[in-house]
Write a protein that binds this ligand. Sequence first.
Ligand code: QV4
Ligand code: CA
Length: 512
Amino acid sequence: MKFLLLLLVSGLCYAQYNPNFRSGRTTMVHLFEWRWADIAAECERYLGPNGFAGVQISPPNENLIITSPNRPWWERYQPISYKLCTRSGNEQQFRDMVTRCNNQGVYIYVDAIINHMCGAGGGSGTRSTCGSSYNTGNRDFPAVPYSRLDFNDGKCKSGSGDIENYNDAYQVRDCRLVSLLDLALEKDYVRGKIAAYMNNLISIGVAGFRLDASKHMWPGDINAITSRLNNLNTQWFPSGSRPFIFQEVIDLGGEAIKASEYYGNGRVTEFKYGAKLGNVIRKWNGERMSYLRNWGEGWGFMPNDRALVFVDNHDNQRGHGAGGASILTFFDARLYKMGIGFMLAHPYGFTRVMSSYRWPRYFVNGKDINDWVGPPSYSDGSTKPVTINADSTCGNDWVCEHRWRQIKNMVIFRNVVDGQTLINWWDNGGNQIAFGRGSKGFIVFNNEDWNMDVNLKTGLPAGTYCDVISGQKEGTRCTGKQISVGIDGSARFQISNTAEDPFVAIHVNAKL
Ligand code: QV4
Ligand code: CA
């Protein structure tokens, strides 16, 4: 009885930190700007069969259509209403996606923009993705409806009404982020409208939310909203399941607002993770992979059970939102695969993999002047479908990092080693490292400018394993390297510094 009570209490306390993943699954993928129809198909043909746990989707609610520049990706961060129609699809397509993905055990996490509506300079009209009207001058969004009373104009104390000083927590929360009309989240009416939007999504079957621009919302206001959320839909989730909450707070240190203020509401994005890992893998600032020995909290990151981690996201891969030069992306494919490989092998945090589209990146004075370019689209502005080539890569300029063999196989690696502790750490004091996860998996990196040839204790049962980086196990053979683990659990690893991918990973489900 006592035990049951404990379970119940801890269940209630920890609920919003739990992503509700199907058991044995560990990693979500952000299918940035994908159409709902393509996501539904991807859940069935790829994500479910390969053990992906979930998908973060682009904002599903109606947004302002921006034509100057021409349909930038970021127009979707300028809400007009909570109707479910965007370039990704309409409500019926959204419902179909959620149903089909849930049936595959791949759950949907919605990017929820609840801090603001569109920019102050949006004007008036019906140029919005469902055709709802708006008038930004009057602060009028009749399709919600919101009016002048529902915004923070009176409360903001900056000269321009925009956030001017990130050292002033009041400005950051009560003023407009790059002119985006800031909602008065302390108002019961506004909270009610937002909770109704999120509860509608929950009833359709979504499993949780990314709370966009959380730094710009008071933690107490977020709490007041999330505590109004219903439990998840019992068609797919155990009764009493709470929506997973992860808050977008960029805290690299040195600002008034700290990520820790948000731990009570749910998980928080750990932006130090990708910035630091990029430096290490690029060997910048004197960093070395051997320093990763105490990666995680030892590097000043947030507690493991609060962290949502990623190598890059849709902002910092193109220089938005704390995008430093160190961030690794698909443009640096070789280093990127190492970074993702390390992230997925290491136990710290909940992991999210990025899946991007290609754009004509073009730096002028260190800034990508094409950082705005929207998803692959036709001349009428509609988004192109994700086509699948014979070799299982994607067409139409969709990068599909999550389909790269090395990344897909490391998602499976993470599932196989889930819950196992990090053991048998080895390094050469420089940029060769190795570590195991209990007796389930082992990974070795050679990021030096010379070859590696070492005997290491893996902790794995004796046998022949397929390296899941250079290839994988297919039937009774390996398509890439083979690694023999001896009866004492040790194995020889030879990794050329010029290999296509200078790392090797083995796990018990890829044993011959
Ligand atoms: C511009 C000027 C303003 C000016 C305004 C006048 O910058 O000073 O007042 O014009 O009209 C776009 C433009 C931006 C423009 C703004 C309003 O890029 O230049 O303001 O629209 O018209 C995305 C993009 C933004 C984009 C925004 C809205 O990154 O460039 O702004 O969408 O379309 C901080 C935050 C963090 C945030 C990060 C980018 O703490 O929360 O910046 N990250 C999230 C999302 C991100 C999104 C938003 C928040 C906003 O991940 O994608 O911003 O919802 O670090
Ligand atoms: Ca705000």
